[in-house]
Every structure is written in structure tokens, then in C-alpha cells.
Design a protein around this ligand. Structure first.
Ligand code: FDA
Length: 503
């Protein structure tokens, strides 16, 4: 029986024997609320009715995490793990169901980054942010980088567990494609490296682990990638009056086929689309490429902003006024906004008249949000779908993210409905059988695990959301889960269910 009062008391006694008092926060501790809130990005999941943890552990070394697992197993308390807290559904620190009490292991204190310039690798702890990783790499060498997300406060732990992509995607693929070793605490409390965890689990944690399904990943060894000393960022905005519908229709074919040193993504909001771009080279080299492949965008020298790769990180996410040190700030990117998001993959260009309708109808509505289009192709097209759990590779033109925001608790019904209604409208125009989605843009509307009699999680029911994120790889993930955590200790509303030999 999980988490009766008695067992949670015994759990705390067990923890106290292994973990210094100042690293444990119970609900009665004065700093509980501030530690809980410390990395929450979406205040939707920090309300009086949110199901919050019984206690929070903030480990400073591996043995603390091992103790949390051992005590949790012994006393029937489940754990949730938080690295950067950016989960779109807050599943790293809250439960969507009241009947699932849990303790939180917050890894923010485990965040060292050790770069080996000679080997072009780094060991990075899960609690580090992408900004901390990028900064440490660029300080070690101006010619090295790491291909991961745009937002510098995203945590390494969740990001690498679910894939991870940003402006270097077309040249270098996903963040998780560059993982060469990892340290995992499994459901027995053992500390396992790549060899000890075995092939199936090492495969699974590189993209299939964003539910924390396989254990707690403490650190990752990643290969770094080469960047030139000068890169060029540019953004071109086109409105409906400028002919954005035609330009965007063409973009769908052009962007995934551009040379892989160039990524041109789109943020469509209101009656404008911004073509936000990064080229791994100088403006002189970029201009002829744009003239040849995408003259409609009209890129000229005035659009070019030459800088180092590290400067491009702060420039692209935070604007020209930001400094590279700003990417180290774990909290102050923006003040709290409520948000709802979901995602799609596009494998065949969406017809011009549909784009026209998106601009005249959906993006023109009073409570409209935005659409972010990230082009694939390049390196992504050369990696087989089964190489890692992330299956959206060859044949994908681009990823769509639908997002909407609001500012006050209790609002958001119209903004959430906009995302859901647009998602319904898009169905005929996006990937099918299954309709694919990106695991790191978690959306519980896609489905939740169903736990039946005897606490058994249904594999069949989980396929509804699981195959959207993982396609045919979902089955292999569930079989790997049965090997490493057959009792399904690590679980949440969208964790991988164990699939044993019986099926
Ligand atoms: P968080 O700590 O919330 O964890 C997410 C999930 O992973 C949870 O289920 C958690 O239990 C599990 N988990 C976390 N750490 C773990 C560990 N050490 N071991 C095992 N399980 C663990 N994505 C992208 O690809 N490109 C981008 O540019 C962006 N940009 C972006 C901006 C903003 C503002 C947000 C909110 C999100 C993004 N993302 C993104 C999505 C992001 O990649 C995704 O939310 C990651 O899972 C976040 O990782 P965190 O560690 O911050 O999340």
C-alpha cells in the first residue's frame, strides 16, 4: 500500500538517516513552498488544488538519490524527479491525480559541467541548465558547441531524456544523439553506467526517458560538436500584406532541404511570420545561399548579425540587449506566464489555401496564440527511426508547436480552447497513423496511463499517447521498462508501462 500516513512518516525517518537534514523539506518546513516553486515555469501547476509532494529532497551527491529510492521502495512512497522543471504538464513536481502521493527529488543542486576540450566531450549533471552547459563549453573552446534547445533555463535532465532540439538540429541532430555515457540510479537504488545498465536501457533513456520511467539519470557524457568562430543570425518578418502565405507555402519545401549549416524556423503570430535563422558561417557566405534557395525572403546584408555561437544563444532567445552571462540566470527569463501547448509533425506540405485560412481565421482570433515551425531534414534525415526512441526523422518536413499564454489564475479557458480547436482543425494536414507528437512537448490531452486492478498499468491503453511520441519504438521501450523496473516503481501519467513476456 503506497503512502499511508504511517508509511510516509517511516519514509522520512529512513531518509533522515541517510540525507543531511538541510537537504530535506517537509510540508511543515518554512522553505517548502519556495523550494517547490524554485523552477516551476508554468503557474498552472502551482495552485491551492495542485497535488504537491509529501516532501522534497535536494541531493548534493549520488548517495542521496540512491537513499531516496531505497527508502521509497521500502516504505511505499513513489518519487518524481525534477531537473529544470520545464515539463509542459508539470509532471516533474505535481501529480495530475490526487490518489498518487509522491516525494520530489529535485536535482537542481547537482549541476556541474566538466568539459574536456581535447576529447571534445563533457560530463554534465542533470540539474545543470542548457545555458550553464553552453556557457561552460564556449568558455573551454570557442570552436565547440552542443546541439540542444533554445531556452537556456531548460534542464539537461528532462531535455536529454526526451530528445532535445534547437538551432543546430539540421547540422547535428538531437541533443540526445550525442550522449555517449550516462549514470543512472535504477529502481533498486543501484548506480549504473552505460555498460552496467545494458544496451536496452541505454537506448531507452536517450529520448524515451522523459517520464522518468527508467530511473533517475544523474549525469550524462556528451560529445561536443564543431562550430566556426563566426555564425550569422538573422530574422525576417513577413506579414499577410507582404505575401506571407505564399512565402510560408514555399518555406515548407525549402527549409528542410537547405544546406545543413542553415536553419530557418518560423514563429507565426497574429498576421506576421518571423523567419528566425542561424547560419554556421559568415554573412558573405550566407547571402548567395539565401539568394539561390529562398529569394522570396529577401535577405540582405542589413539583416545579418555576425557573432560567436555563444552570443547567438542569448541573442536568439533573449534579444540583442542580452549578454552571454544572462543565459546563466536560472530564473529571470520572463515573469510567470500560464501556458498550454501541443505539437504535430508535417510530412507533406500543407496546401496554400489552408495556410490562408490559418492566417485569416485562426491567428486572427481574439485569444489566438502562436505557431512555431522547426524544420528538420539535414542530419535528421540520415538517422534511422530506431536508432534512438525518438522516431520523427526521415520524411519529416517540420515540427509544429501550438502555444498559447495567459497571465492570471482562473483565466485560460479561451486560450486553451484555441490550442485544442486548432489541433483538431489541423488533423487532415499533418502526420497520420499515428498522428505524431514530440515527447518533450508533453500534452496530457494526448492520453494518460490507465491503472487497473492490482495496480497494473495497461500497455494497450498507453499506446494511445505512447505511439504518438515514439511510434514503433514504444513497444521496445515498454520491454526495456520491464527489464529495469518490472514493478513499475517509477511511474506517472505518461510514463512507459512495463511489457513483460506474457504479451
Ligand atoms: P523537468 O525537470 O520538468 O522534467 C521533465 C520530465 O523528465 C519529467 O517527467 C521528469 O520527471 C523527467 N526527468 C527530469 N529529470 C530527470 C532525470 N534526471 N532522470 C529521469 N527523469 C527525469 N525543447 C526542445 O527540444 N527545444 C527547445 O528549444 C525547447 N524550449 C523550451 C522552452 C520552454 C520555455 C519550455 C518550458 C520548454 C522547452 N522545451 C524545448 C521543452 C523541454 O525540452 C522539455 O520540457 C524538457 O523535458 C524539460 O526538461 P527539464 O529538466 O527542464 O524538465
Amino acid at each position: 500500500s503506497f503512502s499511508s500516513y504511517a508509511s510516509s512518516h517511516d519514509f522520512l525517518v529512513c531518509l533522515s538517516a541517510a540525507i543531511p537534514e538541510q537537504l530535506l523539506f517537509t510540508r511543515s518546513s518554512p522553505s517548502f513552498a519556495s523550494v517547490l516553486a524554485s523552477s516551476v515555469r508554468n503557474p498552472r501547476f502551482l495552485t491551492p488544488t495542485t497535488v504537491t509532494p509529501l516532501c522534497i529532497v535536494t541531493p548534493t551527491n549520488a548517495s542521496h538519490v540512491q537513499a531516496a529510492v531505497v527508502c521509497g521502495r521500502r516504505h511505499g512512497v513513489r518519487l518524481r524527479v525534477r531537473s529544470g522543471g520545464h515539463d509542459y504538464e508539470g509532471l516533474s513536481y505535481r501529480s495530475a491525480r490526487a490518489e498518487q502521493p509522491f516525494a520530489l527529488v529535485d536535482l537542481a543542486g547537482l549541476r556541474s559541467v566538466r568539459v574536456s576540450r581535447r576529447a571534445a566531450t563533457a560530463w554534465v549533471d542533470s540539474g545543470a541548465t542548457l545555458g550553464e552547459l553552453y556557457y561552460a563549453i564556449a568558455k573551454a573552446s570557442g570552436r565547440l558547441a552542443f546541439p540542444a534547445g533554445l531556452c537556456p533555463t531548460v534542464g539537461v535532465g528532462g531535455h536529454l531524456s526526451g530528445g532535445g532540439f534547437g538551432m543546430l538540429l539540421r547540422k547535428y541532430g538531437l541533443a540526445t544523439d550525442h550522449v555517449v555515457d550516462a549514470v543512472l540510479v535504477d529502481a533498486e537504488g543501484r548506480l549504473l553506467d552505460r555498460n552496467a545498465m545494458g544496451r536496452d536501457v541505454f537506448w531507452a533513456i536517450r529520448g524515451g526517458g522523459v517520464g522518468g520511467s527508467f530511473g533517475v539519470v544523474l549525469s550524462w557524457r556528451v560529445k561536443l560538436v564543431a562550430v566556426p568562430p563566426t555564425v550569422t543570425a538573422f530574422t525576417v518578418a513577413k506579414s499577410v500584406e507582404d505575401g506571407v502565405v505564399d512565402i510560408l507555402t514555399k518555406w515548407q519545401e525549402v527549409a528542410p532541404a537547405l544546406p545543413e549549416d542553415l536553419l530557418v524556423r518560423v514563429i507565426a503570430e497574429g498576421q506576421v511570420a518571423s523567419f528566425q535563422s542561424l547560419y554556421l558561417g559568415t554573412c558573405d557566405a550566407l547571402l548567395p545561399v539565401m539568394r539561390r534557395h529562398f529569394p522570396e525572403l529577401g535577405v540582405n546584408r542589413g539583416h545579418c548579425k555576425e557573432m560567436t555561437w555563444l552570443q547567438s544563444v542569448s541573442y536568439i532567445y533573449m534579444g540583442g540587449g542580452a549578454s552571454v552571462e544572462d543565459i546563466l540566470n536560472r530564473t529571470a527569463v520572463e515573469d510567470a506566464v500560464f501556458s498550454k501547448a501541443t505539437s504535430d509533425y508535417v510530412r507533406e506540405s500543407i496546401p496554400r489555401d489552408v495556410w490562408a485560412e490559418i492566417f485569416t481565421s485562426w491567428l486572427a482570433k481574439p485569444n489566438a496564440g502562436l505557431m512555431i515551425l522547426d524544420p528538420y531534414g539535414g542530419k535528421m534525415a540520415g538517422v534511422p527511426d530506431s536508432e534512438t526512441p525518438f522516431p520523427h526523422r526521415r520524411g519529416v518536413l517540420y515540427n509544429i508547436q501550438y502555444m498559447n499564454f495567459w497571465r492570471a489564475a482562473g483565466e485560460g479557458a479561451a486560450q486553451t480552447a484555441w490550442v485544442r480547436d486548432l489541433y483538431a482543425f489541423m488533423e487532415p494536414h499533418v502526420s497520420k497513423h499515428p498522428r505524431e507528437a514530440y515527447a518533450n512537448y508533453r500534452d496530457l490531452d494526448l492520453g494518460e496511463n490507465v491503472v487497473g486492478g492490482g495496480g497494473i498499468m495497461s500497455y494497450e491503453a498507453s499506446r494511445v499517447w505512447g505511439e504518438k511520441y515514439y511510434k514503433g519504438n514504444f513497444r521496445r521501450l515498454a520491454m526495456g521498462k520491464a527489464k529495469i523496473d518490472p514493478d513499475n516503481y517509477f511511474r506517472n501519467e505518461q510514463s512507459i508501462p512495463p511489457l513483460g513476456d506474457q504479451l
